[in-house]
Design a protein around this ligand. Structure first.
Ligand code: A5A
Ligand code: ZN
Length: 489
């Protein structure tokens, strides 16, 4: 017998990339790199069910906070897309164009939307006329297309981003849009928290904000290879798009003004990080609250037909009980596979709890439970099943979240000089924080000298407290905040 706990460790930084590609295919989540269009992947049935639980979670949190779901056309005529100057400058190199209808060349070519600020603002110019209609909070979950030139990666850097949740909001004042940005940061925190995904929140430096925005707030997490992944962004768009697309309203004082807008987005990356951050060498580890299958029942064959009959009746009883308490459960009846083989598959798929049910459990009216995250096992009387699962489910989710946060916190390092910062990024990656005077020239120098990417400054001032008054390692002036740097995706 090998070590029964083998495989509960994370893939090492150097193994991560291969681990991720293998696990998503073998667990039948996502088939990537085989469909003959680069940067696209296929959500397989099990993966689709995970994706649906995640989009349901996003929808419920946004709906509860007053957002309305909409669905816009995928095609954006060129003259609309180019209206906002900074925006098109930023996206020019990434747009896919539809140039023909059949054999005919189109008069005005169409972009496959790379994002929807321009198309949504265009319709808002027709829909909105008074401050009384504001704030207006729309969102859609759609495919977008970006001709990415950096190396494409399953779920992480796609050319067709199939799970693009984009929210677009309109407000009567700058301040109300500013408030919405804070609200969105709170909503995104809640979404990531529900999945146990840890993050840091920072204001991106001006040289790295969204094309057309006044400023961008970003959520970054650290992947098992130590590189950071931007998992969500919130933008204050000011009036750039409303001016370019003429979204005007009447204010309380009867004057007309352009609306103030925000937009915020998350993508397939949220599912990539859910898988990457909790997973181990055995495969996925899904939180109980989000798992499409929370409990898998594996019948253990007996020595006689009689015993097998008893097992079957007991499995039915257990399923009945699980149905009553609203647990998403399934029985694996496949008779061509051994129980051991089934354990292996469901562990790989990340099902949080396994119940083994054999002749002994049937006789004693119990189930034998194994937790995916710790492999802890114990026998539970049937009458205790529902309350036990509820407790174990909570405990699994807390434990996954806590482990993920502590792993990430250990990878955030404070440095007082750039040499140290460079060393730290080279040897252990993660995030380094250095005191920063706030000048762009110093930030850009930090990027060069540390060979890291500038993620920006924490939006919570207390997170930069330690650096206040310290010297900016570039110019020596007193720091007003910190700059976070990382090797990033
Ligand atoms: N309209 C705004 C919200 C927008 O487009 N913002 S964004 O460009 O920053 O994209 C939102 C989020 O989508 C990013 O924070 C990133 O997490 C994700 N994303 C962007 N490009 C992606 C790609 N090629 N593949 C997967 N996810 C991507
Ligand atoms: Zn400086």
């Amino acid at each position: 017998m090998g070590n029964p706990r083998k495989g509960l460790e994370k893939p090492s930084p150097s193994e991560f990339s291969e681990w991720f590609d293998n696990v998503i295919r073998e667990a039948q989540v996502y088939d990537y790199g085989r469909y003959p269009v680069k940067g696209t992947g296929v959500w397989m049935p099990y993966g689709f069910s995970i994706r649906r639980r995640v989009t349901d979670l996003i929808r419920s949190i946004l709906d509860d906070a007053g957002h309305e779901e909409v669905l816009f056309p995928m095609l954006i005529p060129e003259d609309l897309l180019v209206k906002e100057e900074e925006h098109i400058k930023g996206f020019r190199d990434e747009v896919y164009w539809v140039t023909h209808g059949g054999l005919e060349e189109l008069d005005v070519k169409y972009a496959l939307r790379p994002t929807s600020e321009t198309s949504i603002s265009f319709m808002e110019s027709l829909w909105l006329s008074s401050y009384k209609q504001l704030p207006k909070l729309y969102y859609q979950i759609v495919s977008i297309f970006r001709y990415e030139t950096k190396a494409t990666r399953a779920m992480i850097r796609l050319r067709e981003v199939t799970t693009f949740k984009e929210a677009h909001t309109a407000h009567a004042t700058f301040e109300d849009a500013d408030r919405q940005v804070k609200e969105a940061v709170g909503l995104y925190s809640k979404i990531f928290d529900s999945l146990g995904i840890p993050y840091t929140i920072q204001k991106r430096p001006d040289w790295d904000k969204f094309a057309g925005a006044l400023y961008t707030i970003a959520f970054d997490t650290i992947m098992p290879d130590g590189k950071t992944l931007q998992i969500g962004t919130v933008h204050h768009l000011g009036q750039s798009f409303s001016k370019a697309l003429d979204v005007k309203i009447q204010l309380p004082n009867e004057e007309n003004d352009y609306v103030w807008q925000t937009s915020y987005g998350i993508s397939d990356r949220i599912i990539a990080s859910l898988i990457a951050i909790h997973g181990d060498k055995r495969g996925l580890k899904l939180p109980y609250s989000i798992a499409p299958i929370q409990v898998i029942l594996v019948p253990i064959p007996g020595k006689s037909d009689e015993e097998n009959e008893a097992v079957k009746r007991h499995v039915d009883r257990v399923m009945e009980r699980l149905k009553q308490c609203g647990v998403r459960a399934r029985v694996d009846w496949r008779d061509e596979l051994t129980p051991g083989r089934k354990f292996y598959e469901w562990e790989q798929k990340g099902v949080p709890i396994r119940l083994e049910i054999g002749p002994r459990e049937a006789r004693e009216n119990t189930v034998f439970m194994a937790r995916r995250d710790t492999l802890e096992k114990r026998t539970i009387p049937l009458e205790m099943l529902c309350e036990t699962l509820e407790q174990e489910g909570k405990s699994i989710d807390e434990s996954l979240k806590e482990k993920a946060w502590s792993w990430m916190r250990e990878r955030i390092t404070r440095c007082h000089n750039l040499e140290e910062a460079r060393e730290s990024l080279a040897s252990k990656r993660g995030i380094v924080e250095v005191p920063w005077c706030g000048k762009a020239s110093c930030g850009l120098r930090m990027e060069e000298e540390t060979e890291g990417k500038t993620l920006g400054s924490p939006i919570r001032v207390e997170e930069a407290e330690w650096a206040r008054g310290a010297k900016c390692p570039v110019c020596g002036a007193p720091a007003v905040t910190t700059m976070r740097l990382a090797k990033s995706y």
